[in-house]
Design a protein around this ligand. Structure first.
Ligand code: 2HG
Ligand code: ZN
Length: 488
């Protein structure tokens, strides 16, 4: 057994040397990093929970170079882990500890290809940072309605790979709803070019949708055409200090109706989450039932959205749902409200970290989830503190458990994952919800997918993986493994 093990190791070593030489020929020295110091940041996940190893980080600068990498990977049967901004919460872009998986960084594929104002479309390389894509749209007088806390560092390829959500899904949908076209390199190096700017194109299977949310397990996305909208230059924003026991689904229904769906964000923040961050203006506080941060937006100069917001907030007060409402009077006040919301994850980190549960339930059940989840956590250990906030208008709650002082973060994360998270996920599943709303599956939630997925759906997932990636070279270990059994 030992001898066979050595044999395999030697073969593998030879194979990677040969592959490395071919990669250097194809990518040049700047395209192949092997210096351990330079590799470090590519090998740790965003939340600092796992650390992988790799023979090299590959940094292609063109689609042709990605094609060359994939041809070699398939020939040598080595794993390729695509990595964009490395902001995954589920270790979707971190290689394993075997030291045999190459990281394929998209960071040098960073060109804005074109902006087409009349077609309201933006074509980019997949390594473009989301913020730069937003700025390119702005320069053309349009708007890319994708807004995430990590937009300054996440890259389009990762946004597409995870089908990212964010702060304005309620109005504009998930990434899936904003991708018009894709350019993909398949595991064997085949190029699939579907960079059309069309809204309508009923010509067979929609291959593109398979790659959105696929977390790099089917191929490498190298380019994308994104849908743009007229710039919502008018915004009306309110901070609602909630009364206790507000029926949030009814409030959302009222707000959508009375604003004629102009509402682009409907965010929930509990008092505990608010306490983790600094209020720049010093006057925004929580009501007894937490906070709803709501924003209406419009591109029209003719729509009186300030009046629409005021009238709608009047109805919210009449219903007895608010203890107080602050409507942003200036852009600076609005920015303060958003800064508070967007810095909660950093606040959690500063306070020692949290164990994250990215839950979604049908939004009619959000309040039920808060009650049942709270009871489950209290029954497990009444001393645990929750930081709960999120995109409640989409039924998405970031249901995070703070790491208690004195507890070791990784051990606590592991214990909660085994002993408490299953109860929370069961409650969500019972309500028709899910264990991952917008953060994906990656390496952390693979067993959950296998456990909670409908068996028929899981069978199709495995089938799709096997079809596109028959040799299992794409992001091995993430999301779905065809070798794994079907869920019982
Ligand atoms: C957000 O909505 C992100 O701010 C992060 O999805 C959520 O850190 C989290 O739990
Ligand atoms: Zn979120």
């Amino acid at each position: 057994v030992v001898e066979i093990g050595r044999e395999v190791a030697r073969e593998r070593g030879d194979m990677s040397d040969e592959m490395l030489n071919s990669l250097r020929d194809a990518l040049g020295d700047a395209g192949v990093l092997t210096d351990p110091e330079r590799l470090a940041t590519y090998l740790v996940d965003q939340r600092d929970l796992v650390k992988g190893r790799t023979p090299a980080v590959l940094r292609p600068a063109t689609t042709e170079q990605v094609m060359a990498i994939m041809r070699l990977a398939t020939r040598h049967r080595v794993g390729i882990v695509p990595q964009a901004g490395n902001t995954s919460y589920c270790a979707g872009a971190t290689p394993d500890r075997s030291g045999t998986q190459f990281v394929l960084s998209l960071e040098r594929l960073d060109k804005i290809r074109s902006v087409d104002p009349l077609d309201a479309a933006l074509s980019v390389d997949s390594g473009v940072i989301l913020k730069h894509a937003q700025e390119a749209a702005e320069r053309a007088g349009l708007f890319l309605p994708l807004s995430l806390g990590s937009e300054g560092s996440c890259r389009i390829g990762g946004v597409i790979g995870t089908n990212a959500g964010g702060l304005s899904v309620l109005r504009y949908g998930m990434t899936r709803d904003l991708v018009l076209g894709l350019e993909i390199v398949l595991p064997d190096g085949t190029l699939v070019s579907d960079m059309k700017r069309l809204r309508k194109n009923n010509t067979g299977y929609d291959i593109r949708q398979n790659f959105i949310g696929a977390e790099g397990t089917l191929g490498v996305v190298t380019g994308a055409v994104l849908k743009l909208i007229p710039t919502p230059s008018r915004r009306a924003t309110a901070w609602i200090e909630l009364a206790p026991d507000v029926p949030l689904p009814d409030m959302l229904a009222l707000v959508r109706r009375e604003t004629s769906e102009l509402v682009s964000s409907f965010e929930f923040i509990t008092a505990r989450s608010l306490a983790l961050v600094r209020d720049p203006g010093g006057r925004l506080k929580s009501g007894s039932g937490g906070v709803i941060l709501i924003e209406l937006s419009s591109s029209s100069r003719h729509l009186p959205i300030d009046e629409v917001l005021e009238g709608t907030m009047g109805e919210v007060v009449e219903k007895g749902w608010a203890e107080d409402i602050i409507i942003a009077q200036t852009e600076a006040q609005r920015a303060d409200m958003w800064q508070i919301r967007e810095t909660i994850p950093e606040g959690e980190k500063r306070a020692g970290g949290s164990v994250k549960h990215d839950i979604s339930v049908p939004f009619s059940r959000t309040v039920d989830f808060l009650k049942q989840g709270g009871a489950a956590v209290a029954a497990y250990d009444p001393r645990l503190e929750l930081s709960v906030y999120g995109h409640v208008g989409d039924g998405n709650l970031h249901y995070n458990i703070m790491v208690p002082a004195g507890e070791e973060r990784l051990a606590f994360t592991d214990r909660i994952g085994r002993e408490l998270a299953p109860t929370l996920y069961d409650i969500a599943a019972e309500m028709g919800g899910t264990f991952s709303a917008e953060h994906g599956v990656g390496r952390f939630k693979r067993a959950l997918l296998q456990h909670y997925a409908d068996p028929g759906r899981y069978r199709v997932l495995r089938g799709i993986k096997g079809l596109f990636d028959p040799h299992g070279v794409m992001n091995p270990g993430a999301m779905v493994d065809p070798a794994e059994g079907l869920p019982s």
